[in-house]
Write a protein that binds this ligand. Structure first.
Ligand SMILES: Cc1cc2nc3c(=O)[nH]c(=O)nc-3n(C[C@H](O)[C@H](O)[C@H](O)COP(=O)(O)O)c2cc1C
Length: 135
């Protein structure tokens, strides 16, 4: 299996999840500014909610993906209040014809003092456990 990990972060939370996930998979965690040029079975895509939506850069990144290069997307991320960006990402993935795994990893993410310290050590551990099923 070949993997890639890309993330978008504003305050570092998604980056921390991406680092743990990528380490478990033995690949580099890279920001979405780095295009996916190699053939991968699974692209782990980290992203979050900002003002009730995913960032336009994340939409553009998914839109730029080549379906002949990416087997499927596994979504991961955190948010302060909302539960999952899955549906938002899927709208973009559907446009380029790349399937999204039914499963995703989501946890609380600190925002303005709410959920302080999250993702915390337990969240990171849970993210690593989540990834193991794809190995
Ligand atoms: C500008 C901004 C807007 C946000 N808006 C939302 C929101 O609408 N709903 C929500 O659940 N969380 C919201 N959050 C919280 C983030 O989703 C949460 O802090 C997440 O962990 C941030 O990940 P990051 O550090 O990788 O950017 C917002 C955070 C920021 C910085």
């Amino acid at each position: 299996m070949k993997y890639a990990v890309r993330y978008y972060t504003k305050t570092g939370n998604t980056m921390r999840l991406a680092e743990a996930i990528a380490k478990e998979l033995g690949v580099e965690p890279l920001p979405i500014s780095v295009p996916v040029t190699e053939q991968v079975d699974i692209l782990f895509l980290g992203n979050s909610y900002y003002a009730f939506n995913i960032d336009p850069e994340v939409k553009a990144f998914v839109g730029s993906l080549d379906r002949s290069k990416v087997g499927k997307i596994v979504n991961f991320g955190s948010a302060a209040m909302l539960n999952s960006t899955y549906k938002k990402v899927k709208v973009e993935a559907d446009k380029v014809g790349i399937p999204m795994d039914d499963k995703e990893f989501h946890c609380k993410g600190e925002f303005k003092g709410i959920h302080r310290g999250r993702p915390n050590a337990d969240d990171i551990k849970a993210a690593v456990e989540f990834v193991k099923q794809y190995k």
